[in-house]
Design a protein around this ligand. Sequence first.
Ligand code: 0RA
Length: 633
Amino acid sequence: MNDYTGEQIEVLKGLEAVRKRPGMYIGNTAERGLHQLVYEAVDNAVDEALAGYARRIAVILYKDGSVSVEDDGRGIPVDMIAEEKLPAVEVVMTILHAGAKFGKGGYKVSGGLHGVGISVVNALSEWMVTRVHRDGWEYEIQFERGQTSQKLKKLRRAEGAGTYQWFKPDPQVFETLEFSWKILENRLRELAFLNRGLAITLRDERPEEGPREKAYMYEGGIVSFVEWLNENKDSLTPVISTNGERDDVVIECAFQWQDGYNEVVYSYANNINTIEGGMHLTGFRTAVSGKVNEYGRKRGMLKEADANLSTDDCMEGLTAIVSVKLQEPQFEGQTKTKLGNAKIRPIVYALVSERLDFFMEENPKFARAIVDKCMQAQRAREAAKKARDLTRRKNVLEGSGLPGKLVDCKMQDPALSELFLVEGDSAGGTAKGGRDPNTQAILPLRGKILNVEKARLDKMLSNEEIRTMITALGTGFGEEFNADKLRYHKIIIMTDADVDGSHIRTLLLTFFYRQMKQLVERGYVYIAQPPLYGVKKGKKQWWAFNEAELNGIFDGADAKEFTIQQFKGLGEMDAEQLADTTMDPQSRRLKQVTLEEASEEAERMFTTLMGDKVEPRKLFIQEHARTVRNLDL
Ligand code: 0RA
């Protein structure tokens, strides 16, 4: 212990804190936390790009589970810091919060939701190697679980400048160690859109068939982002964009109306997706609705007796990106993704108002189309309200208020209650026989529900199946939707394992994604996994959920000795079998529906699969037909 200096003890204490409670620093130690490590390293590189030094970022996934993030910025400084008696790079890598202290003044704005600093990544890595190119040299320093294992040394003479961070997440810390291409791609693509001209590459060296690499660089920035989101939609206007800087706040907005009914608005503060919105989003929405109403009045499209168009009416079919970069963002709300800085609102408001005003004056044809669309949205909303009131009155007349088709459970506590959405009355009957009546409710759905991707609120509410479902869920709908009123915290979609079943499942997912997205975000939506095969030999019974499991059951024995039953429909199982394989919490498998890591991807996927345009759907099917399994032909 005598060899330890005060600084080294501080380092050890800091690392210990991170390794003891990783969740405090990176959220969790599951898939999400694992990817947070990469984000942290990438955010550092993006900061260097925002400061005007780095132009390229390369992320590489290696076969051994390690990952590297390289940038061509100035390189982390390597000179001695007198106070710590350590090279700057070692301080940044080993001392908690040193990055922030160090970077302050250096960077105008800084990204990173947790902004925990690269030392946290180091502490949670089995090993980490940092290489810096600076002053004509390549330097290297190495760490093990956050502690310096090889002091900074000059490797060789080298041109240029930049930083290379290479680390292997620690198996002692993380429950999962497998990086997801999809998750990383989604975030890196988003960063490339949000930082115009920044070139980001993602390379995966893990696949047996050879490395896979993709590059993301958008000269159009967030205008390209909107174009990408609307790629498979018919647009009503061109992309309208504006940017400005005031009081050291950089603001960029791009938006475009399309002929669909969904609002697709993403807001960001310092490259962080502000899922809960905040001041920038409020400024944007108020400006859009203000200008659309003003134009409608001025041109006499809205008559004196007409009510103002609501903000939601003006947002129907709008795809928008609102991105602000500021020095001291205040993140509020449940998930710390709501921008609280009040001064941002009037700045965004003024910028967007001015731009939209100019656009509408210059383009009367587009302006009229916008107002027209918003007025249609208003009419649909009023019709929906009438339909809702009517349903409510009818429910009151009928007594319980719950639909007759619903076989409810006894339990009143939503946290312990499950609702099975089942395809068809016959499967509904089987499910009723196999359920636990205390906690499991059954709602049989007759045939195909309406494709809500192509329908407005009023039309949805005139659809019997949808009305029944809304009533059973208890959440209300549209403007009245309240996720806290949900009567079941597990909504389980249980359809046949055939093409019709897949279609119904997709229609239901479209409904939840488009109309009750919060339920998906909160993790309340699940997909039941019925087995594909039942296998018997004598008195023994097995279930197989895929081909591999089926072969596993044979275990080398002759398959002819077994009786194999292939299940296409839920109706082919009896109540006991269905309970055993698909419903009983002890033995079933459920897939939880999630989207937080890939929300833009999900947005585009629903448009492709369920939207008006046929061509993108055809392309998608052609591209993926090869990989389809278990198609019943
Ligand atoms: C502070 C000062 C300087 C560079 C950096 C931080 C820096 C940090 C990271 C992290 C990843 N990549 C990075 N690139 C740069 C440089 C100060 C100077 O050269 O004057």
